[in-house]
Design a protein around this ligand. Structure first.
Ligand code: SF4
Length: 218
């Protein structure tokens, strides 16, 4: 299949690493990080992706991904869906035979994403300062191969998340991931809260940070 050379995206970085989060944690993965995000979460750890990067054609991106001969490709940001050509990139990656996941803020609609893509959808809690941006209609679209992710900074976020799971009947619709914000909530405390409440969720810590700290391109 030939792709339109004029079709471009603004790319912050393309790199090969171990997936640090989600149910694909630990799997060697190519990450395609798109530049730009309309949100400004208080604890964002990828602020460097808000601006800059390079404009690459779809063919250039596919060639850089293919050079790693990966099985798994993760499209992330920033907020990748803020660039309309992201949808075409996702479809092209699926067409190329990769197992593709998309990490999105949950503030933009995911309904037009290629059905072969596993969508990792955040819900922004109060501590982010961006919880009014959550696009609630996304929740009705979640399938078993999608994942819902809450980043938790404190007890207020945790209680909010518990209420959202009940109100929207989210238990069982797809894996639910809880991530503590680094240096704000210890994984141990979050683990104890989850166990005390017998929550149907999965605690995750960021494997790439355990392995490599804040090193760029990891
Ligand atoms: S949505 Fe993600 S990239 Fe955007 S500000 Fe929030 S944490 Fe950062």
């Amino acid at each position: 299949m030939r792709h339109n050379k004029a079709l471009t995206l603004r790319i912050s970085e393309i790199f090969y690493s171990l997936q640090g989060e989600t149910t694909r944690v630990g799997l060697p993965t190519v990450f395609v990080r798109l530049t730009g995000c309309p949100l400004r979460c208080s604890w964002c750890d990828t602020t460097y992706a808000f601006t800059g990067g390079r404009t690459l054609s779809l063919e250039e991106i596919l060639a850089q991904v293919a050079a790693y001969t990966p099985r798994y490709v993760c499209v992330t940001g920033g907020e990748p869906l803020a660039q309309k050509n992201c949808l075409k990139l996702l479809t092209a990656l699926c067409d190329a035979g990769y197992d593709v996941s998309l990490e999105t803020s949950g503030a933009l609609p995911v309904g037009e994403v290629d059905a072969r893509v596993s969508r990792i959808v955040d819900l922004k809690p109060p501590s982010s300062g961006e919880s009014t941006k959550n696009y609630w209609e996304n929740l009705r679209l979640l399938r078993q191969d999608d994942e819902l992710k809450f980043v938790i900074a404190d007890r207020a976020d945790y209680d909010w998340m518990r209420r959202i799971i009940v109100e929207h009947q989210l238990a069982g619709c797809c894996p639910i991931l809880l991530s503590p914000v680094q240096n704000m909530l210890s994984p141990q405390t979050l683990a104890e809260w989850i166990l005390a409440d017998r929550l149907p969720v999965r605690l995750q810590v960021q494997l790439h940070r355990l392995l490599w700290g804040e090193a760029p391109g990891k």
